[in-house]
Design a protein around this ligand. Structure first.
Ligand SMILES: [Zn+2]
Length: 267
């Protein structure tokens, strides 16, 4: 059957051709991609470098990452206990104001007495809130210039003697009243004015429980004379700002202890 033979022959030729094509395509060389396009951007260069690293069995070198500075992570600057203008300045018998003639530039009225603007604003809000709670606060004394402080100290010395005067009154240049951040408060009726019994009066009790919420601390707490240099003055409030005041209130410590400064029982 010649027809059948021809068909078989053609089929064999086709099969051989297909096998030959398959053979040739199997061994044809890969196109040279390295010359197909120039590397023209950093992203391509990065990929090329990573490919080289993988090909040689080494991990690609990561980009340089600077180590964070632990100091810079602290964020907030350290409190300033030295500058007269600082809300956290520490003035005591070891630490007079460096400028004896210092007068705050931003004195404002705080219900009749001058205080630094921020302290005055805080005092007024505190006074309003105390009144709303049924407690009347009176501002007795605020900013005091060095000369006025000197006269006051002299009068205490004359009236009560040196020892008592030093325990209840600062010398000129050593009073935080000169910073404009201290305010002596009283009751509206004057009960126990500037006396330790003030603590048990409505104004004294309310201030002890609430003044810190407005940024004030009782600067000369009971039993801390060996640190602060002054006897208990439940009427003498010092503005340090709400954050610091809250910390001192919670810890029950003096400003000297909070600042890590030495005790200042005397000059
Ligand atoms: Zn005072």
């Amino acid at each position: 059957m010649p027809g059948q033979h021809v068909k078989t022959h053609i089929a064999m030729i086709v099969c051989v051709c297909l096998c030959l094509l398959a053979y040739l395509s199997w061994f044809s060389p890969e196109p040279d991609l390295s010359t197909s396009a120039p590397v023209s951007d950093s992203d391509s260069a990065t990929r090329a470098a990573a490919s080289e690293g993988a090909a040689s069995g080494t991990a690609p070198t990561p980009a340089f990452v600077p180590t964070p500075d632990p100091e810079s992570k602290a964020g907030a600057p350290a409190p300033d206990y030295d500058s007269a203008q600082s809300l956290t300045v520490v003035v005591n018998k070891h630490r007079p104001l460096t400028d004896r003639a210092y007068v705050p530039a931003d004195l404002a009225d705080a219900a009749g007495v001058p205080l630094r603007a921020e302290a005055a604003s805080a005092y007024l809000q505190m006074s309003v809130d105390a009144a709303a709670a049924g407690v009347g606060l009176t501002a007795v004394s605020g900013f005091r210039a060095a000369d006025a402080q000197g006269l006051l100290h002299d009068s205490y010395t004359t009236n009560y003697g040196v020892s008592t005067a030093e325990a209840i009154s600062a010398r000129a240049g050593f009073s935080e009243h000169q910073t404009g951040l201290a305010v002596d408060i009283g009751n509206n009726d004057g009960a126990c004015s500037l006396q330790s019994c003030f603590a048990a009066t409505p104004a004294g009790a309310w201030a002890a429980a609430n003044a810190h919420r407005y940024g004030f601390i009782i600067r000369y707490p009971d039993g801390a004379e060996h640190i602060t240099g002054f006897t208990y003055e439940p009427w003498h409030l010092r503005y340090v700002g709400p954050d610091v005041a809250q910390k001192l209130f919670d810890a029950g410590i003096t400003l000297e202890e909070y600042a890590g400064l030495p005790a200042a029982p005397g000059y």
